[in-house]
Design a protein around this ligand. Structure first.
Ligand code: GRF
Length: 186
């Protein structure tokens, strides 16, 4: 019997900014079938990336409730959601209805540096840097850690500029996403 690649899981990606993580997910179309991008902000760089890959964008405004959003995602047969720089807190009932299928990609080795500015703070403090993907629960950045990849050991910040450190972070993020699909696909 011919055993091929497993069919990638239908994914929705939530963004609010440049779409750096979104770009990584879009470029891995054999691991992630990104079917829709959800954002709370218009005219962001991430939207341009979505258009370049031909992925529809759903703008969250006051007329779209999270209940309606959930229905739309279900009609698109979405299997998993990724928060990639999404700057809004999801309502607990929405998180509950997608429990275990929402993942946040956070630019630090949680539980260190939860919340905003994680990469900047860990760099300034000369601590080790890296990326975490974790299950999303009602508490911010406190869901069960699924996987972590270190991008830079501690005390290197003096030898590496912050932009370089971010490049290492992005590479680790791509490695983490590949490993994530392998483990999720099993
Ligand atoms: C990145 O720091 C990534 O690690 C996290 O959110 C940020 C993406 O932001 N998932 P942006 O979309 O590039 O502005």
């Amino acid at each position: 019997m011919l055993v091929g690649l497993r069919k990638p899981k239908n994914s929705a990606v939530f963004i609010s900014g440049h779409g750096s993580t979104l770009q990584a997910l879009l470029e891995m179309q054999y691991q992630f079938a990104v079917k829709v991008i959800v954002t709370n902000r218009k005219n962001i760089l991430g939207s341009l990336k979505a258009k370049r890959f031909g992925v529809p964008i759903l703008y969250l405004n006051s007329s779209i409730s999270y209940k309606v959003l959930s229905e739309v995602l279900k009609t698109k047969r979405i299997d998993q959601l990724f928060l990639a720089g999404f700057m809004k807190i999801l309502p607990p009932e929405f998180v509950e209805s997608w429990q275990g299928r929402i993942f946040n990609i956070h630019p630090s080795l949680l539980p260190h540096y939860p919340g905003l500015g994680a990469a900047e703070k860990s760099y300034e403090d000369q601590k080790e840097m890296g990326v975490t993907i974790h299950n999303v629960t009602a508490e911010l950045d406190l869901g069960k850690k699924f996987l972590q990849v270190r991008s830079m050991v501690a005390d290197l910040s003096s030898a590496v500029s912050f932009p370089e450190a971010v490049t290492f972070l992005r590479r680790s993020e791509q490695h983490l996403l590949r490993e994530f699909t392998f483990r999720r696909g099993l």
